[in-house]
Design a protein around this ligand. Structure first.
Ligand code: CA
Length: 220
């Protein structure tokens, strides 16, 4: 998923970004509330991890403005242990879940999956499409019951396609899922990963739609 991480603590932020990237997410990290607000207006994110104690603009204010714009973005807030009032206000303002610092990366990852699932309307955690199953929790991909070894980026790309199998995703949309701001995007990266995925999944599994992008759906 493409995540926005709003966290002003340099050590916490760096650790979270690294851990979430290792989970296969693309992470943009902002360190104050104004930058978070700007990123949310400009960027297409799948989920926001929002520290409430942010400089320049409070996390609650960022959240309130996001919800005023009626943006259906999943939000997980993080707070210090003594900020009970803020947690309650955050939930009332439209946060989907919260974590009290310090928390384990495993717990954050599990909550990200749970919240994302609720938004996608999936009761079951696994994605299935034409003989291929993908488990966001275990990162396991199977084809006809056989496990496939995918790199983190191949996995991220396949997950993006499987979440909306009938949609056509452009190269730019797929690049957004693969990379954060701090990473260089090779111009043919998406094509290279698609090529690898086709070798593993079968040539016909991912279709090109000329001039538009890629899809798993069948042609009409
Ligand atoms: Ca803080």
């Amino acid at each position: 998923m493409r995540l926005l991480l709003a966290e002003d603590d340099a050590m916490v932020g760096a650790a979270l970004r690294k851990g979430l990237q290792q989970e296969g997410h693309s992470v943009d990290w902002v360190r104050d509330g104004e930058a978070a607000d700007r990123a949310l207006r400009d960027g297409a994110y799948d989920l926001l991890v929002l520290d409430l104690g942010l400089p320049r603009r409070d996390g609650l204010q960022v959240l309130a403005e996001l919800r005023q714009r009626d943006t259906p973005l999943p939000v997980i807030i993080t707070t210090a242990r003594d900020q009970l009032d803020d947690r309650v206000r955050g939930l009332d303002l439209g946060a989907d879940d919260y974590l009290v610092k310090p928390f384990d990366l495993d717990e954050l990852s599990a909550r990200i999956r749970a919240v994302a699932r609720r938004y996608a309307g999936h009761a079951r955690p696994q994605l299935h499409h034409q003989g291929v199953s993908l488990d966001p929790a275990t990162h396991e991909v199977q084809r006809e019951g056989q496990s496939l070894a995918l790199s983190a980026r191949e996995f991220a790309l396949l997950q993006a396609l499987m979440e909306r199998p009938q949609a056509v995703l452009s190269r730019a949309q797929l690049e957004e899922r693969l990379y954060g701001w701090d990473e260089e995007v090779a111009s043919n990266a998406v094509e290279v990963y698609i090529h690898h995925l086709r070798k593993k999944l079968g040539e016909g599994y991912i279709r090109n739609v000329r001039g538009l992008g890629y899809t798993l759906g069948r042609g009409s």
